[in-house]
Each structure stands twice: as structure tokens, then as C-alpha cells.
Design a protein around this ligand. Structure first.
Ligand SMILES: Cc1cc2nc3c(=O)[nH]c(=O)nc-3n(C[C@H](O)[C@H](O)[C@H](O)COP(=O)(O)O)c2cc1C
Length: 177
């Protein structure tokens, strides 16, 4: 049995989870409503906020001990850049108990960052991040994107990007749709 969970602020992680759910014939549920039911795999989609993946720790603590975890991050940073990918992976792994790491697989997706919809707190966090980046001596590849798009809506949501996840799930669970 497979569970699909998500935790989102602005919808991207939830939309990806629902898309995967439709592909696999499963319902995606908000992670706060997740009740373990003997799953062999839990696929969790979480928005990235200051390096932390929403809902991940919570789901990891509640899921069955032997279940496989598929952690799907949804952020704006380009995960095809090796630096970004390894930073996302390290942040995710740091959140999980050591014993879960061998049964954890990570996928990294890109979502939307819509300044027009941000809460005052998130707006302030992005403003502070920009001031921090401006002072950073060793600039990261992602920094230019954050500075140049500050204040504008950016949309990297790509429905096709879930294909490797559905392929992976099918390869691990032959009874999946
Ligand atoms: C305050 C704030 C911090 C963020 N931190 C990160 C981050 O560390 N890495 C990243 O890739 N994206 C970051 N983002 C972008 C979000 O992850 C992106 O908007 C994502 O689509 C959010 O998912 P959601 O729509 O499911 O909430 C941040 C956005 C905000 C507003």
C-alpha cells in the first residue's frame, strides 16, 4: 500500500501530489491528516522554505518503521545544478533519523514563487534573503535568480516533471497503476 502526502503553503506541492495521485490512482492527502495504515511506501511532497521541507519530519516520524520514504522537494532553486541538488539532499537527510536514510529516495521538483500572493512574513523573509545574498562573498549560482526575480511572480511548475517519480514508484511496487 502506498500513501501520498503533501504540505504546501501556496499550492505547488499539493498540485504535484494530486497529479501523481491521479497517475497512480491514489488520493493525495495533506500531511497533517495522514494516519499510518501499514503502508510499504510513503511519498511526501513538501515545499522548500529556507532549506526546510514542509511536513517531512512529521510524516517521517509517523510512517510505519519499515516503509520506504520518497521525499519530493518543491522549490524554486534549479535542481539540475549539482550544488543545489546536493544542498537540497543534505537538508532533507539532516531532518531524518539515521535509520531511515537507507530507505529514503529523493526527487526534486520546481514550483511557483508568486510574490503577488506571499504572506507578509514570507515577503519579509525574501527581502532579508536578498540583503543577505547581496553581502555574500562567494555567490551561488542560484543567487542571481533570486535577486533578479525579486518581487515578480515566477512559475517553474511543470506537470511532466513527475514522470520519473511515477516510473520509480511503478518499478518498486508492481501492483501500482
Ligand atoms: C520565505 C521563502 C523561503 C523559500 N526558501 C526556499 C529554499 O530554501 N529553496 C528553494 O528552492 N525554494 C525556496 N522558496 C520557494 C518555494 O519553495 C516555492 O515557492 C515552492 O513552490 C513553494 O511550494 P508550495 O507552493 O507548495 O508552498 C522559498 C519561498 C519563500 C516564500
Amino acid at each position: 500500500m502506498i500513501a501520498i502526502t503533501y504540505s504546501t503553503c501556496y499550492g505547488s506541492a499539493g498540485e504535484y501530489a494530486a497529479l501523481l495521485g491521479r497517475t497512480l490512482g491514489l488520493e493525495a492527502i495533506e500531511s497533517s491528516s495522514y494516519a499510518p495504515a501499514g503502508e510499504s511506501m510513503v511519498i511526501h511532497f513538501g515545499g522548500l522554505y529556507a532549506g526546510s521541507m514542509r511536513g517531512l519530519k512529521d510524516v517521517a516520524l509517523r510512517m510505519p518503521d519499515s516503509a520506504e520514504l520518497v521525499a519530493v522537494s518543491v522549490g524554486v532553486a534549479d535542481p539540475t545544478l549539482p550544488d543545489n541538488a546536493s544542498r537540497i539532499d543534505a537538508d532533507i537527510r539532516r531532518c531524518l533519523p539515521q535509520s531511515m536514510l537507507p530507505r529514503t529516495t529523493i526527487f526534486r521538483l520546481r514550483g511557483r514563487l508568486l510574490y503577488s500572493r506571499l504572506s507578509a512574513k514570507h515577503r519579509a523573509m525574501m527581502w532579508m534573503l536578498c540583503r543577505f545574498i547581496e553581502r555574500r562573498k562567494a555567490r551561488r549560482e542560484e543567487d542571481d535568480l533570486i535577486l533578479s526575480t525579486y518581487g515578480t511572480d515566477i512559475d517553474f511548475f511543470d506537470p511532466a516533471s513527475i514522470a520519473p517519480i511515477s516510473e520509480y514508484v511503478r518499478s518498486r511496487t508492481p501492483n501500482a497503476h
